[in-house]
Design a protein around this ligand. Structure first.
Ligand SMILES: NC(=O)c1ccc[n+]([C@@H]2O[C@H](COP(=O)([O-])OP(=O)(O)OC[C@H]3O[C@@H](n4cnc5c(N)ncnc54)[C@H](OP(=O)(O)O)[C@@H]3O)[C@@H](O)[C@H]2O)c1
Length: 288
């Protein structure tokens, strides 16, 4: 299967490299010259313009900085794209994905919107996920080729779903990294190396995964039995984090947020419930 890659930034270069490594004839285009030299040396075809690149392959993968740039780059290629499949791996919102899917449908283009759950060095490994949503027929036709980039997970026919998951998962990443940085600073203040703390922290995240598996069915059922740990118990523990951080002169904004979040659930009368009860605080704009 021949593939075209539009956009050779950090990510687009890794995507094109993975297609080449998997043996797919690959045509590349980038706005600025010079970024394709290494790929061409590895066998890629250089196209003079975006429309020429689109015409070279039935599968067109685009990875540019924003959706506005995608629309700008494809503005003159709509007719060339007709009958082909466009896979948009640019990061954006679910709304932008749905708008682009409507544009593609209006021009007879098969459309998949995607989210890359990795940085460029992970591309090509089956250990990383790329999330796709949109046309099931387009996914079925190109799944094998897309697996050159990493594990390919199709989330359904609504093109906005991959971006929806992407934004949710990035939120989880920042929450986790924020908590990790607090832990590194806290233990580091007493002389623990970040690498030593992190060895233990990684084992702890496996336990946290277990908590999510326990709490997800509670959220779906709307029932939050506090039979493992109650919000009252969490409050006592988070107060230790706030105290220990303050005692070492550390910023307490992140632990303070955790504490305020738990306090809202308790103030609404849910101190005996599990942590999952706090979904009400999130869903109700801060009120439990
Ligand atoms: N890097 C990551 O770890 C990562 C992970 C997941 C998702 N993503 C997503 O992948 C997309 C690309 O990220 P990246 O890291 O590859 O960014 P990047 O290195 O900054 O590359 C940006 C690309 O967009 C092109 N571009 C920007 N404005 C343009 C315009 N007006 N016309 C034509 N081309 C234009 C650039 O072309 P020039 O070379 O000509 O400037 C370049 O090819 C983003 O949506 C990003 O959120 C990245």
């Amino acid at each position: 299967m021949s593939v075209t890659v539009l956009g050779l930034g950090r990510m687009g270069t890794a995507l094109a490299g993975a297609f080449l490594a998997a043996g797919h004839p690959t045509t590349v285009w980038n706005r600025s010259a010079g970024k394709d030299d290494d790929l061409v040396a590895r066998g890629a075809e250089r196209a003079a313009g975006a429309a020429e690149a689109v015409a070279a392959s039935p599968l067109v993968v685009v990875c540019l900085s924003t959706y506005d740039v995608v629309r700008e780059v494809l503005a003159d290629s709509a007719e060339v794209l007709r009958g082909r499949t466009l896979v948009n791996l640019t990061s954006g919102s679910p709304e932008q994905a749905r708008e682009t899917a409507a544009w593609a449908a209006g021009h007879g283009v098969g459309y998949l919107d995607g989210a890359i759950m990795s940085t460029p060095p992970g591309i090509g490994s089956s250990a990383i996920m790329l999330l796709y949503s949109g046309s099931p027929a387009a996914f079925a036709a190109h799944e094998d080729t897309l697996r050159s980039l990493g594990d390919a997970v199709h989330l359904g026919d609504d093109a906005g779903t991959a971006s929806l998951y992407d934004t949710a998962l990035l939120g989880m990443m920042w929450a986790t990294l924020g908590g990790w940085l607090q832990g590194v600073a806290l233990t580091g203040a007493d002389g623990v190396a970040a690498t030593a703390f992190t060895r233990v922290a990684i084992r702890w995240t496996a336990a946290v995964n277990g908590f999510m598996s326990t709490y997800a069915p509670q959220v779906d059922a709307g029932e939050y039995p506090g039979d493992d740990a109650t919000l009252d118990v969490h409050l006592g523990a988070v107060e230790h984090l706030v105290h220990a951080s303050a005692a070492r002169g550390l910023d307490i904004e992140v632990p303070g947020l955790f504490k305020a979040f738990i306090e809202r659930g308790i103030a609404a009368g849910h101190g005996g419930d599990s942590y999952a009860r706090l979904i009400d605080v999130v869903r109700n704009g801060g009120r439990a």
